[in-house]
Design a protein around this ligand. Structure first.
Ligand code: ZN
Length: 394
């Protein structure tokens, strides 16, 4: 692995060779669809990948253990996450030492955009578990020569502000809505750069961080299934560089499954290229995204993803969380909010000024049926993304 990626790492041959390695692993060391993958191996062209079936969130929930391609003693970390599928069963994602080590390398490389050697970086990502995303990020920062200051996901804002006043970080990594709220509570902290991760990044959040902290804001997209890291924005701010040595991304029509050309919005589908414990072939993330044509403004010819725009499941529902974030988080009188929909009525629980939310919603969505109340807001642990809860009364 190298950074920037070598020509070979960005070539079709590299992707095809690595995809074939992953298919071989599943065919010979796993039990999940091993016969199908055995027959498919080797693919003679990358186009043939489109003939292989998708892997859904439910497949991981139901057959995750069968996807394991190493012995249990080689598994270094297992992450259990609530499913985005329909089975209601949690997903368990397995990683080896090698899998985790490559994530640390990606973090070390990606963080070069956010901080320089010797700079202090506050880490507002979950830091509780030994091989969790926050700890791996701290390891990557240390490898880069920066000084990580782990805090964890923010549930106590005054405490997080005091932490910054004492640690005096140059930069921070955190969850978008949490960093926004912290910047409004403690504007005097001022951070040169902020990397937003673990959730959708709305323009409203970026602008607030820029206004309150004067920060240059970067986005990162990742999910546990991608080994946390997937794509990170560079200083040209023209999309996120994909971790192309490790992941191959297709954008597909969420209804037909057909591959969409660069520039078209659709569902992000991921195939891992180097995963040891749990390779994924064509994993449907459920996230809305699009590929951007090369080159990037920074001069690199790397594949890039545009900012992710919420969940496929919300496409038929308007407004979705992404649209609500853009509207409500652009208002400084709103610290945070949660949203649920029951029988077609939006219930918005607001930390901050309810009247402002009422006015914003009335103006933007005159036909929307909604209620606004005061609430405690969203407590994110950084393991699940913001979403609207849909309920039906019986
Ligand atoms: Zn770039």
């Amino acid at each position: 692995m190298s950074f920037p990626p070598s020509e070979y790492e960005m070539s079709v041959n590299y992707r095809l060779d690595r995809i074939n390695d992953q298919i071989y692993r599943l065919a010979h060391f796993g039990r999940y669809k091993s016969e199908l993958y055995g027959k498919a191996y080797p693919l003679n062209s990358i186009e043939l990948l489109a003939e292989l079936p998708f892997t859904a969130a439910d497949d991981i929930s139901l057959y995750g253990q069968d996807m394991l391609c190493v012995s249990p003693r080689e598994v270094k970390r297992i992450v259990t996450i609530p499913t985005s599928g329909t089975s209601g069963i949690s997903k368990r994602i397995y990683f080896t030492d090698g899998d985790l080590s490559r994530t640390v390398s990606f973090f070390a490389e990606g963080m070069e955009y956010i901080c320089a050697k010797g700079e202090t970086v506050a880490v507002f990502m979950p830091c509780d578990s030994e091989y969790g995303v926050g700890r791996l990020l701290c390891e990557g920062l240390t490898r880069l020569g920066a000084v990580p200051k782990p805090f964890g996901a923010v549930n106590d804002y005054p405490k997080a502000a005091d932490f910054c006043r004492s640690a005096l970080p140059d930069a921070a990594v955190g969850i978008p809505s949490q960093m926004r709220r912290l910047s409004m509570l403690a504007p005097e902290i001022g951070l040169k750069r902020v990397l937003l991760s673990a959730d959708y990044v709305s323009e409203a959040v970026c602008q607030t961080l820029n206004r309150y902290w004067g920060s240059e804001v970067f986005s990162h997209y990742g999910l546990t299934e991608t080994g946390y890291g997937c794509a990170v924005e560079c200083p040209a701010h023209m999309g996120m560089h994909i971790r192309s040595d490790e992941l191959y991304i297709e954008i597909v029509n969420p209804t037909t499954g057909q591959i969409l050309p660069s520039g078209h919005w659709g569902e992000i589908v991921i195939t891992t290229l180097l995963r040891e414990a749990m390779p994924f072939i064509r994993y449907r993330t459920g996230d809305i995204g699009r590929l951007l044509p090369p080159p990037c403004g920074c001069g690199l010819n790397v594949p890039r993803l545009d900012r992710v725009r919420g969940r496929i499941s919300e496409l038929s529902r308007s407004p979705g969380i992404y649209e609500l974030d853009e509207l409500l988080l652009s208002c400084d009188a709103v610290e945070d909010y949660t949203a649920s929909v029951e029988d077609g009525i939006y219930h918005i629980s607001v930390v901050g000024d309810t009247k402002s939310v009422f006015n914003l919603l009335s103006r933007k969505y005159p036909d929307l049926r909604f209620e606004v109340s005061s609430g405690q807001g969203f407590v994110s642990t950084g393991t699940t993304k913001r979403q609207i809860t849909y309920k039906t009364s019986c």
